[in-house]
Design a protein around this ligand. Structure first.
Ligand SMILES: CCCCNC(=O)c1cccc(NC(=O)CCCCCNc2ncnc3[nH]cnc23)c1
Length: 275
């Protein structure tokens, strides 16, 4: 039968609730769609700030990419609309909020919880990569948790279609950058979806240790990343350490694949049902 007609949305359709968070160019609110009672999140972006910040392309990319993704571990973008001053993104509400807040509060995650998060991240990234989409900005701040504590990967503002040789001014932390994105140079700018594997390795380390593996001053962080210099503390299990070492490999082609991540002994040990 006919696919559901794309709905026209406007602000009057929503009852605005509490703010859920704020970012560089706007805020996110908990909202309820009046006719259906459907609860979701409304991200409000201010056009003139986007213009000054040169983030229009990112928002367009976020809309185009995230609205075509359907996966339990990827935050849904249901629709968007705009008025003269603002762009509105209608997003899935993630009931347990920001993963990084849980990480900071708990300092670090027990291995069974970290392994489940890594397995869900691998499933989400496998789905993106199959659609030739590289996320490029995997870090705790861009991960939300659904009402059952499941991973909801969000913020596709930095994602691109692979392979990509886009040069963007990067703001925010360097901790998650793979070595190949640090070395500007003509051909070195062409990088693949393997960048998300490196970031998954940094994320795994941070889940288990409570800080990023190359955390230092910006100059030292870049140096440590480009040399792959990091040490895994003794309290991390040998299996977890093995997975981290197989993801944080300087040569993108030598990094373990997402299939191999899902089959890794550390993941199997903590994620096979009924274990
Ligand atoms: C892509 C270029 C635009 C960059 N992004 C921004 O400027 C920006 C604008 C507004 C907000 C933000 N980021 C944020 O608001 C980050 C903090 C969001 C935490 C809570 N958010 C949510 N909690 C629960 N369920 C949800 N569904 C969607 N979001 C949520 C970022």
């Amino acid at each position: 039968e006919q696919p559901a007609a794309p709905r026209q949305f406007h602000l009057g359709m929503f009852e605005i609730g509490r703010p859920l968070g704020k970012g560089k160019f706007g805020r996110v609110y908990l909202v309820r769609e009046r006719s259906s009672g459907f609860v979701c999140a409304l991200k409000v972006l201010h056009k003139n700030e986007l213009k000054h910040g040169g983030a229009e392309t990112q928002v367009r990319r976020e809309i185009e990419i995230q609205s075509n993704l359907r996966h339990p571990n990827i935050l849904r973008l249901f629709g968007h609309f705009h008025d003269s001053k603002r762009i509105f993104l209608i997003l899935e509400f993630a009931g347990k909020g920001e993963l990084y807040k849980h990480l900071r509060r708990e300092n670090k995650f027990p291995e069974w919880k970290a392994a489940q998060y890594v397995a869900q991240m691998a499933a989400a990234l496998k789905y993106c990569h199959k659609k030739h989409i590289i996320h490029r900005d995997i870090k705790p701040e861009n991960i939300l948790l659904g009402i059952h504590g499941e991973i909801k990967l969000s913020d596709f503002g930095w994602s691109v279609h692979a392979p990509s040789n886009r040069r963007e001014t990067l703001c925010g932390t360097l901790d998650y950058l793979p070595p190949e994105m640090l070395k500007p140079g003509r051909d070195k700018n062409v990088y693949s979806n393997k960048v998300d594997l490196w970031s998954l390795g940094v994320l795994t380390y941070e889940f288990l240790v409570g800080e990023a593996p190359f955390e230092d001053t910006p100059v030292m962080t870049q140096r440590k990343i480009s040399r792959g210099e990091m040490t895994v503390p003794g309290f991390v299990s040998p299996e977890a350490k093995d997975l981290i070492k197989r993801l944080l490999v300087l040569d993108p082609e030598k990094r373990i694949s997402l299939d191999q991540v899902q089959e890794h002994p550390w993941i199997i040990k903590h994620c096979v049902k009924g274990e």
